[in-house]
Design a protein around this ligand. Sequence first.
Ligand code: GLU
Length: 301
Amino acid sequence: MQGNGYVGRFAPTPSGPLHFGSLIAATGSYLDARANGGRWQLRIDDLDRPRAEPGAADHIQRTLAAYGFDWDGPVVYQSQRTPAYTEALEQLLEAGHVFPCGCTRKEIREHGLAGPQGPVYPGTCRDGLPPGKAPRAMRLRTHAETIRFTDRLQGEIRQTLTREIGDFVVRRADDIFAYHLAVVVDDAWQGVTDVVRGVDLIDSTPAQIYLQFLLGLPTPRYLHLPVATNAGGQKLSKQNLAPPIPDHDPLPNLVQTLVFLAQDPPLELLEGTLLEFWQWAIDHWDPGRLPRTREIRCPTD
Ligand code: GLU
């Protein structure tokens, strides 16, 4: 066990190769862990089989290795963790926190008010399946209380789940466990103390904190980094055709990442070795310099 008990992680979804946006999350979480003398783990969030691209999980690991990321312990694959999610779901079911829902996406779109993550579930099946509806997904009953947490970068965040998100899915109609449940179970199992990830996930955090509470799991500290956007103001992502980062010649992208994270890297780093780059980046990591914003136009776009 290294360091002072800090455990960080990077948890990419293998829907394609890494792009500059994913490199920012990898670099921010890695530097925060290493600068704190902590462990850093790699988890492949490959539960969503329809979104997974064959070969992408291996490709991501090859790219991370080529960029000099050095993870601790074996890589965790969510696709191999089904028994743990099943157990968590049973615990929630037994305590009466989960109910079967027979609504289709279309019905929810038609009846739900708009929320930060899409239409808010209107509560149709909360008190029992209406006649004629067959169970599809399993949903978690939310509460009208406001959930608050202090993000290390974005400050105080509040969300009232019932109003802003609604009773959310923990097991989908296609029997796949939902991201919120899997991430909470895995972060606790991996002993993660600090989640450093893109701010695009900040609206998911209160639901995850609520699940941690219901499952009796600890809540990690959170730091949500700004996300890179393209010229059109959209987050860099595979859907928006962000180009993959090449495995060769990693230094220009790594230095660019430090520029994005406002760490003020000396340009001589471009002439040095990967080892020198990481040594400098770890020694000089200063979360106090991070831009306190949600979006930054990508310098390479
Ligand atoms: N797998 C998620 C993604 O790639 C990130 C999970 C997380 O960091 O909580 O968007």
